[in-house]
Design a protein around this ligand. Structure first.
Ligand code: GDP
Ligand code: IMO
Ligand code: MG
Length: 422
């Protein structure tokens, strides 16, 4: 059984937690897009882990994790992530982590360009994570990127690095930005390459052979549907395909080998960074921030919060082919007496049931709300569906129905035990 897991909103839906739960039934967990812009939080007992580039499956011994060809890798940061996990007692070796030789490499000039473009955009900035993601995917599309194979080739790498660095330094100089020092990058990247070499393999062939042998593969989506470069709220998006199709292109496992798509969504909505968020609500933001919740796992920024938006999740269901849903952070609404759900957008006197293509129109959309009675009872101790309050079950089934997929998991806390099968 090959399962694709995607975020159905704007990222941070709790994918890491649900991946960790579903990994129990998987043999291999694969990241297929994005880079260390992602921050996936998993609790194992009291220990908190935040995974950025390494699949969340790494926390379960005996599972193999793959960083696929569609991912962009900052090798220095990846070595740091491996070291950080090992310090916490998680073993990471070529036995449980395999890195694609055709993934593209993030360089310091990508991060600098990312930052420069944001500054130049001023008010119109995207609010990126400044990890160099956009410029790296830009180079990939422009066919000037360096890949892991280039990094691993000790003979060719210094030369390719010099070419790319020269061109990028010219751009950085013209922008009045800090240029990048060749010797420093060569040293840091060569050291990282030596550490990573044993992990590098042809992941396409590995996944193909594993699936032929009957291995269960779980594809761990990063970011969320509305940060997708094609289907998101462009230009306020990330630079990869975060939707289900990205799992195939980013791994080399073809669409007809995929068996199901699980969508993860919060019981409300959050977004970190700029861009439209029609159901944004200051009251719910204050409530959640007051509880110490909804601060970014990668950048620590406060996430913007709002009511559940069924217009977007229905769209997510359509573009991802979501069959099954996991709803997380249900406990975040435990104290809310009346819960709103956005069921349409009013713009220029008409009610839209679909997202407008133009971000300017989306910003002008006024949400049309339906209300639900809250349960006003703590849910975080519930372990069975029957233990959830009636109003809570009614709310969850209603938003699943509006989204158009079957609810399979209700999550009432960050821990593994706070996961209710439905
Ligand atoms: P991801 O990027 O989709 O993996 O999500 P993040 O890890 O960035 O953010 C989700 C946050 O919600 C993390 O702090 C999780 O520990 C937490 N979380 C996940 N599910 C639940 C839940 O059901 N209840 C609570 N209270 N926290 C949750
Ligand atoms: P996970 O996998 C939430 C957002 C950034 C910014 C936009 C572009 O943890 O859900 P980028 O650095 O990718 O060029 O930034 O995308 N963003 C995320 N928001 N969760 C993420 O990942 C994100 N990764 C990027 O905040 O708005
Ligand atoms: Mg996150």
């Amino acid at each position: 059984m090959n399962t694709i897991l995607v975020g159905a909103q704007w990222g941070d839906e709790g994918k890491g937690k649900i991946i960790d739960v579903l990994t129990e039934q998987a043999d291999i967990v694969v990241r297929t897009q994005g880079g260390n812009n992602a921050g996936h939080t998993v609790f194992v007992g009291p220990q908190k882990y935040v995974l950025h580039l390494i699949p969340s499956g790494i926390l379960r011994p005996d599972k193999v994790c793959v960083v696929g060809n569609g991912v962009v890798i900052d090798p220095v940061s990846l070595v740091g992530e491996i070291d950080g996990l090992e310090k916490l007692g998680v073993q990471v070796s070529p036995k449980n982590l395999i890195i694609s030789e055709t993934a593209h490499v993030v360089f310091p000039w990508h991060r600098e360009l990312d930052a420069q473009r944001e500054v130049r955009k001023g008010q119109g900035k995207i609010g990126t994570t400044k990890r160099g993601i956009g410029p790296t995917y830009g180079d990939k599309a422009a066919r000037v990127g360096l890949r892991v194979v280039d990094l691993m080739n000790a003979k060719r790498f210094p030369e390719r690095l010099r070419e790319r660095l020269q061109e990028n330094n010219e751009v950085l100089r013209a922008l009045g930005a800090q240029t990048v020092d060749y010797d420093t990058v060569l040293r840091d990247y060569t050291t990282a390459a030596d550490r990573l070499r044993p992990f590098v393999a042809n992941t396409v062939v590995y996944l193909h052979e594993s699936t032929r042998r009957g291995a269960n593969v779980l594809f761990e989506g990063a970011q969320g549907t509305f940060l997708d470069i094609d289907h998101g709220t462009y230009p306020y998006v990330t630079s990869s395909n975060t939707t289900a199709g990205g799992a195939s292109t980013g791994s080399g496992v073809p669409p007809n080998r995929m068996d199901r798509v699980v969508g993860v969504m919060k019981a409300y909505t959050t977004r970190v960074g700029e861009g439209p968020l029609p159901s944004e609500d200051a009251g719910i933001s204050d409530l959640l921030h007051g509880l110490g919740r909804e601060f970014g796992a990668t950048t620590g920024r406060a996430r913007r919060c709002g009511w559940f938006d069924a217009v977007v999740t229905r769209h997510a269901c359509m573009v991802n082919g979501i069959d099954e849903l996991a709803i997380t952070n249900i406990d975040g609404l435990d104290t809310v007496a009346t819960i709103k759900v956005c069921v349409g957008y009013k713009v220029d006197g008409t009610v839209l049931r679909h997202i407008p293509a133009d971000v300017e129109s989306m910003v002008r959309c006024e949400p049309v709300y339906e209300t639900f009675p809250g349960w006003v009872t703590p849910t975080d101790k519930a372990t069975r569906w029957e233990e959830l309050p009636d109003n809570c079950r009614h709310y969850l089934l209603s938003i699943s129905q509006m989204t158009g997929a079957r609810l399979i998991i209700a999550s009432v806390g960050p821990a593994r035990e706070q996961t209710i099968p439905v």
